[in-house]
Design a protein around this ligand. Structure first.
Ligand code: 3HC
Length: 301
């Protein structure tokens, strides 16, 4: 297959062990995908044991679902469960060559995570962020080795969506970008290389689309009409179903990042802000919007 534009010619580094920081819904989905496609150990960490256990538990349930569908053999299922483990300490990353984070969408939080990770990993370990919208260049600015940070942005549902955005920060070096593309290929994702701009490319477009749907609700259109107006165009899901899948809190973070960069073009919807601040049942009381990842996860199980 043709290489996407801008991918460096240098070979990527081999990945033999992966560290994942943040054992939430998205992270546990890609932890399993890494284990399944790369067949390497994957260690999940989070702030407390409960979250780590939930992440690993989610992976185990997904493996059972794959087994039930006949997508993996009994031996493969057992092996996958062994490959994905949880740990409370980042020391477990000492021999990892690829560490990816999917923690709370806040620059300072992510910088702190990477500072801790840099204390334990080797100098050649690639660091990746699943950020939806934050600047990879800024995130890397505090690192001892800023050249090893790359954006590696998955889409929900991780196992199903073919797309992956690979984001090159100002300092990211060729071998790091090449390693990200090698990993994407092993994951069987269609990776695109994008510039380090607010919300990159995909969420920038989606935020604009979702923003207009929400703005029409802000200005008085009923939520049902706005949600179903495009039914006849064959979108895979309605805008508010997509919002629920992504999580209103995540969508609000992205909208705020876009608003900070381009206030005129990206106003933050009052309906979205209310949905998040009130726990989220404002738009579709009957359908039970949920507003945080924990609830999304509980309802998904
Ligand atoms: N989690 C895991 N797997 C899921 C899933 C979920 N939430 N929803 C569906 N699937 C799986 C199903 O199990 C099924 O797998 P199988 O083939 O192994 O049985 C497969 O997906 C297809 O499911 P369905 O038959 O139910 O198919 P649908 O035709 O309803 O498609 C969909 C489901 C693929 C999710 C489709 O509705 C879709 O493409 N929606 C748009 C999703 C989208 O735009 N995502 C991007 C969000 S933006 C984002 O994530 C960025 C972030 O930064 C915020």
């Amino acid at each position: 297959a043709k290489k996407p534009a801008g991918v460096p010619e240098v070979p990527g580094r081999a990945i033999t062990k992966i560290g994942v920081v943040g054992a939430g819904l998205m992270a546990s989905q890609f932890a399993l995908l890494f284990a399944r496609r790369l067949q390497v150990p994957v260690v999940l960490t989070d702030l407390d044991q409960e979250r780590v256990d939930m992440g690993v538990g989610h992976v185990h349930r997904e493996v059972d679902a794959l087994r039930a569908k006949g997508r993996v053999t009994a031996d493969q299922a057992t092996r996958l469960k062994k490959l994905v483990t949880g740990s409370m300490t980042k020391e477990a990353f000492a021999d990892a060559d690829f560490v990816i984070e999917a923690v709370f969408e806040d620059l300072k939080v992510k910088q702190k995570v990477f500072a801790e990770v840099e204390e334990v990993v080797s100098d050649t370990c690639v660091l990746a962020t699943n950020t939806s919208s934050l600047s990879v260049t800024e995130m890397a600015s505090q690192l001892r080795h800023p050249e090893r940070l790359v954006g590696f942005h998955f889409f929900n549902p991780v196992a199903v969506m073919p797309l992956l955005e690979i984001v090159r920060g100002d300092a990211t070096d060729d071998v790091t970008v090449a390693t990200a593309f090698t990993a994407a290929k092993q994951l069987r994702k269609s990776a695109v290389l994008v510039k380090d701009a607010p919300a990159f490319v995909v969420n920038r477009l989606l935020t604009r689309f979702m923003g207009e749907v929400l703005a029409s609700v802000d200005s008085g259109t009923s939520a049902d009409v706005a949600d179903h107006a495009l039914d006849g165009l064959g979108l895979p899901m309605t805008p508010f179903t997509l919002l629920k899948l992504v999580g209103p809190a995540v969508a609000l973070h992205v909208a705020e990042t876009m608003n900070a960069a381009y206030p005129e073009r990206f106003p933050v919807s009052a309906a979205l802000a209310t949905m998040v601040s009130t726990g989220g049942d404002t738009l579709h009381p009957g359908r039970g919007f949920v507003s945080n990842e924990q609830e999304v996860r509980e309802r998904a199980l």
